[in-house]
Write a protein that binds this ligand. Structure first.
Ligand code: FE
Length: 339
């Protein structure tokens, strides 16, 4: 923590005093909430002498704030745990293109904005978690199949407010079209074990508590539970396994944590260095080992836990096209009554 200054949303004055104009620094507005990031920023500061100042809030709050601040914004980078938020930020004119050959070299095209406005730097798979005793993985196949009557009262998932679900739904709209996506969502809501709520970890806990049998979650939350300091959480994780859906067709939905250079970045050069650092082998390994996310850089080796979950086919939908489907996804949730 020594080189990283974490600042709350409303402590803007503190940010300004913390930023001595002569010091080399970079200002990050981050919606990520993982301990791994503090380690990454520390390593970056050690390697470059550039201090990282972080403002944390949820992605929509950060986007609003960038809009309000305009060209007075101290932010250099916007970081979120979802590609959809970066797509929206670009649409609002809050970002500028980063021309970095390193990004093109290290990040597959479908995981970044092809004009350079943002890039994924961690990859996450949204999968089906299931109870090892009550569900046989041979019963599982696709996201779509969770809408079948056999799953009535057994499906757990968080609310439609969650960006992870919004981006998943956008990918389903892209694959099936609005009508089929709506039909699916309507059936899925009928199969839900309870009102959608809580975070991904809570869904896993609800499986073990017997509230439901399957849940839609991001894989790394299983990694976080398995490695939790809390023995109860570790015990919960041991009763649950992961299934990668849609392997026979379009692949499992993947999202990214993404980062983009803000339109008025005062420290653009340092910002580019930080983005390139996040894509380095060292940083990608830290992300995979500490937060159990997948590297975006395909040449970086996976740690044993990720390897144990197996290789999988991923949906290659270009994430910079998500914007076309996010609004429809909202309509689908609304019509389906997915709270
Ligand atoms: Fe998360």
């Amino acid at each position: 923590m020594k080189n990283t200054v974490i600042i709350g949303l409303f402590a803007f004055g503190a940010l300004l005093t913390a930023c001595k104009p002569s010091a080399e620094e970079v200002n990050v507005y981050s919606a990520r909430h993982y301990r791994a990031d503090e380690q990454l920023f520390e390593k970056f500061t050690e390697a470059t002498g550039i201090r990282v100042n972080v403002v944390k809030a949820n992605a929509d709050q950060l986007i609003n704030r960038l809009e309000m601040e305009g060209d007075m914004s101290p932010a250099d980078l916007l970081m979120a745990a979802d590609a959809g938020r970066l797509v929206l930020a670009r649409e609002k004119g809050l970002l500028q293109a980063l021309q970095s050959p390193i990004i093109k070299e290290r990040v597959p095209e479908h995981l970044r904005d092809r004009q350079g406005y943002w890039t994924g730097f961690t990859r996450r798979a949204r999968v089906i978690a299931y109870h090892k005793e009550r569900v046989n993985p041979s019963e599982l196949s696709t996201y779509e199949a969770l809408a079948e009557p056999v799953w009535k009262g057994r499906v757990l998932v968080r609310s439609s407010q969650a960006h992870y679900n919004q981006t998943l739904m956008a990918s389903i709209v892209a694959a099936l079209g609005k009508e089929e996506a709506s039909a699916w969502a309507g059936q899925l809501v009928k199969n839900m074990a309870r009102k959608p709520g809580g975070n991904d970890r809570d869904q896993v806990k609800a499986i073990v508590a017997g509230e439901g049998d399957v849940a839609i979650i991001n894989t790394y939350y299983m990694g976080l539970l398995l490695n939790s300091a809390n023995e109860e959480e570790r015990a919960v994780a041991r009763e649950v396994a992961l299934f990668f859906p849609n392997q026979e067709e379009r692949g499992t939905h993947v999202n990214v944590s993404a980062i983009g250079l803000t339109a008025h970045a005062p420290n653009a050069e340092n910002a580019q260095k930080l983005v390139e650092f996040l894509l380095s082998e060292e940083a990608q390994k830290t992300i995979a080992e500490v937060n159990h996310e997948y590297p975006v850089n395909p040449t970086v080796e996976w740690p044993p836990l990720l390897q144990s979950w197996g290789r999988f086919e991923m949906d290659l939908l270009p994430l910079d096209e998500l914007g076309k489907h996010l609004e429809t996804a909202q309509m689908v949730f609304h019509e389906a009554g997915w709270e």
